[in-house]
Design a protein around this ligand. Structure first.
Ligand SMILES: *[C@@H]1O[C@H](CO)[C@@H](O)[C@H](O)[C@H]1NC(C)=O
Ligand SMILES: *[C@@H]1O[C@H](CO)[C@@H](O)[C@H](O)[C@H]1NC(C)=O
Ligand SMILES: *[C@@H]1O[C@H](CO)[C@@H](O)[C@H](O)[C@H]1NC(C)=O
Ligand SMILES: *[C@@H]1O[C@H](CO)[C@@H](O)[C@H](O)[C@H]1NC(C)=O
Ligand SMILES: *[C@@H]1O[C@H](CO)[C@@H](O)[C@H](O)[C@H]1NC(C)=O
Ligand SMILES: *[C@@H]1O[C@H](CO)[C@@H](O)[C@H](O)[C@H]1NC(C)=O
Length: 643
């Protein structure tokens, strides 16, 4: 009996312990830029996401007046007649549209307009909300009244409100700016922002409104800043770079719709917004200055893209016509790092409160130009030649496939993107090992395991596309990341994509961090990114290589300041894997720590199971030789002092 049971146990745990012998000496330093974040406004990552503004369609930007669609997110209260009009006296030239509101005769009680926010509005007791709008009466009269600004549940129960006097004495625009202090938190995020007049007192009046705004407290209290819970989650990864402003969303469907830095800076009244590439209007409230301040707040450097002459709809600007776009890129870079004494773009930056240059080492020339490689040959050439002459210290990143086509000047940086299956990621952890070691370096700028179905990587969830990262996808990515760490002599940066996703309006799945109007849901892949980023070394230590076609992957680094050896292990299958580590150091601590993320193959953190899989810490026995068992579907970070 006993004999049989033991044989059965031996069969049930078939894995033979792998022995990993660690080298005594480092092979290369690890770049401080290795782990960071790729951002673009997709799935309301920016508007309705990281950017804290709570009102959707706040300024009627880029909509067609006199259409129902122009009223997106706005609703009439108590019979008010609403339409978006091209105002004869717009609040600014950048914001030509206004909301025209007419109070019909015969109404009593509050009559006005509500905004549903970005799929809800969180109302929290103790928070101060700043609400503002501009109004004008198109016809001057002796009318005097008041307007009530508030927050209410979608059932119409008031959560907080305040009233301010208004007058029709002039037809000029007047700013109303109030604060709201709710004393109770709303039970859900199904709430509305409301602006109303008294129906009886204002009977027959017509009022125009422009650029409404509602801000909760922001991250680090930055005016026009970031949503605290999302910003805090992103900061907890300690990213060292932030790729901005996209992604496809840089490009525009047409040349005119491209992202233009100068349309995103200065007062909100001077930002026209644009039709983004992901199916909704971008307010550009989250503009270049906001991005740069955000980079400083998180102590990360921008990897900033410039538009390089290609629109996603398929238009390439002819070589002879590139000059104004090259100049716009020069101005954009000068806004970030130029001298206010010699550059008007830099002087604009100084006038916005940042006379000192920001940090900028990397500029990406376009995005995914493997979609237009034939024109990238001249676009890359002309942009990079002109920009290098202006900015000799900046590293320019090419976005075509590596070495295809051959570009001149020869790129010293490439941005490489891959969306694949978990198995592909595990089996490509040696992707960069065979790359020639020369002056060309790589940015793994977008990667994610997104489907189990290799023949349908961009298919629907029914074909295997993940809605949220799973432990299977996250361990695949972690396996790949051990390869990025090993190859960090040539891979200088890497970022999962997409970063953020509003679950009520996804354009793409899976994503690193999901959220809704009330909460943030960090995925299993987020915890992988965080484990790698918070447990960096400054030197890579070679060790016995994993089997490229195997299922268990590791990398070993050293943090010299603390004399710690940090071992990252990804087990990409459902069988626990014993490993024996052999360390050649004179002194090795007898205990270390293990941070372990593990869960079932299909386990995901979702709005209904937000904390299903989170890293757990424990103390483990260590020594010059020690064993560790990597649980099924796990990512482990082992840390011990050894020298
Ligand atoms: C409030 O928001 C809900 C959506 O959450 C919407 O259906 C409703 O029309 C809105 N009401 C007002 C007055 O804005
Ligand atoms: C409203 O006042 C707040 C607090 O003074 C300020 O931060 C904000 O910029 C003002 N809003 C507008 C639109 O002027
Ligand atoms: C931005 O600058 C370009 C020229 O580079 C100009 O054509 C465009 O009108 C400007 N946009 C805004 C909103 O100022
Ligand atoms: C590095 O090697 C690759 C592959 O051989 C080559 O295509 C590329 O031009 C080289 N880079 C430099 C800067 O020489
Ligand atoms: C994988 O994707 C292909 C191509 O879309 C599809 O035909 C096939 O049914 C999918 N397989 C599974 C198991 O979903
Ligand atoms: C686990 O350990 C890491 C590294 O020491 C630490 O940063 C983290 O806060 C710990 N987590 C918990 C839940 O204790």
């Amino acid at each position: 009996m006993l004999f049989i049971a033991l044989r059965f146990l031996a069969l049930a745990s078939p894995a033979v312990a792998v022995t990993v012998t660690v080298s005594a000496t480092a092979s290369h330093p690890i770049p401080t830029t290795l782990w960071g974040q790729m951002f673009e406004d997709i799935s309301h990552s920016g508007d309705g996401g990281l950017y804290a503004e709570l009102l959707q369609n706040r300024a009627f930007q880029q909509v067609t007046p006199n259409t129902a669609a122009a009223l997106n997110a706005w609703h009439s209260i108590n019979g008010a007649a609403l339409s978006v009009v091209a105002d004869t006296v717009p609040v600014s030239s950048a914001l030509p549209n206004s909301l025209q509101l007419t109070i019909p005769a015969g109404r009593t009680g509050p009559v006005g307009v509500g905004n549903e926010g970005y799929f809800g509005i969180k109302v929290a007791a103790g928070s101060t909300y700043t609400a503002s709008f501009h109004y004008r009466f198109p016809t001057a009269s002796s009318f005097r009244g008041s307007v009530t600004v508030g927050l209410q549940t979608s059932a119409g129960k008031s959560l907080v409100s305040t009233s301010v006097p208004i007058t029709a004495a002039s037809t000029a625009w007047t700013l109303v700016n109030v604060t709201l202090h709710p004393t109770a938190s709303a039970a859900s995020t199904a709430n509305n922002f409301t602006v109303t007049l008294d129906g009886a007192a204002a009977s027959g009046q017509t009022v125009h409104f422009a650029i409404f705004s509602l801000f909760p407290p922001t991250f680090k209290n930055r005016p026009n800043g970031m949503r605290v819970d999302i910003a805090t989650t992103l900061s907890e990864m300690a990213p060292s770079f932030f790729r901005l402003p996209g992604g496809n969303n840089l490009e525009g469907q047409t040349v005119a719709q491209r992202w233009q830095w100068n349309a995103t800076v200065g007062p909100l009244l001077s930002r026209p917004g644009r039709v983004g590439d992901w199916g909704y209007v971008n307010t550009d409230g989250l503009g270049l200055m906001e991005y740069l301040n955000w980079c400083e707040d998180l102590n990360m450097q921008p990897i900033m893209a410039i538009w390089s002459g290609f629109a996603l709809g398929g238009t390439s600007v002819a070589e002879a016509d590139l000059e104004p776009y090259i100049q716009q890129a020069i101005d954009q870079i000068n806004f970030v790092i130029g001298d206010p004494a010699t550059s008007s773009a830099a002087a604009l930056r100084a006038s916005l409160g940042h006379p000192a240059p920001f940090t900028l080492n990397y500029v990406e020339v376009g995005n995914e130009d493997f979609f237009a490689p034939s024109t990238y040959t001249y676009r890359w050439h002309d942009f990079v030649t002109a920009l290098t002459a202006e900015f000799p210290n900046i590293h320019f990143i090419a976005t075509t496939d590596t070495f295809d086509p051959i570009l001149s000047p020869n790129p010293l940086q490439y941005d490489v993107h891959v969306y694949q299956t978990p198995t592909w990621f595990a089996q490509n952890s040696f992707f960069y090992d065979g790359f020639e070691r020369n002056a060309t370096k790589y940015f793994e700028g977008e990667y994610a395991a997104i489907s189990t179905n290799a023949s349908d990587i961009f298919g629907t969830p029914a074909d295997g596309r993940f809605t949220f990262p799973t432990m299977q996808s996250s361990t695949g990515e972690a396996a790949f990341m051990t390869g990025l760490e090993r190859n960090s002599d040539i891979v200088f940066s890497a970022s999962y994509a997409p970063l953020l996703n509003h679950v009520a309006n996804s354009q793409w799945t899976p994503n690193l961090v999901s959220f809704d109007a009330g909460n943030v849901y960090p995925s299993t892949s987020f915890y992988v990114q965080k484990l790698f980023s918070l447990n960096r070394g400054d030197e890579y230590i070679p060790s016995t290589l994993p089997t490229p076609a195997g299922t268990l992957f590791w990398s070993v680094v050293r943090k010299t300041s603390t004399r710690e050896i940090i071992i990252k292990i990804s087990n990409t299958v459902g069988t626990a894997a014993p490993v024996t580590f052999v360390l050649p150091f004179a002194t090795v601590a007898t205990t270390g720590s293990a941070q372990v993320l593990t869960g079932a193959e299909t386990a995901s953190n979702t709005p209904t199971t937000p904390n299903l899989v989170v890293p757990k810490n424990s103390t483990i026995p260590t020594g010059k030789t020690f064993s560790y068992t990597a649980p099924a579907f796990s990512v482990s970070v082992l840390t011990l002092v050894a020298h």
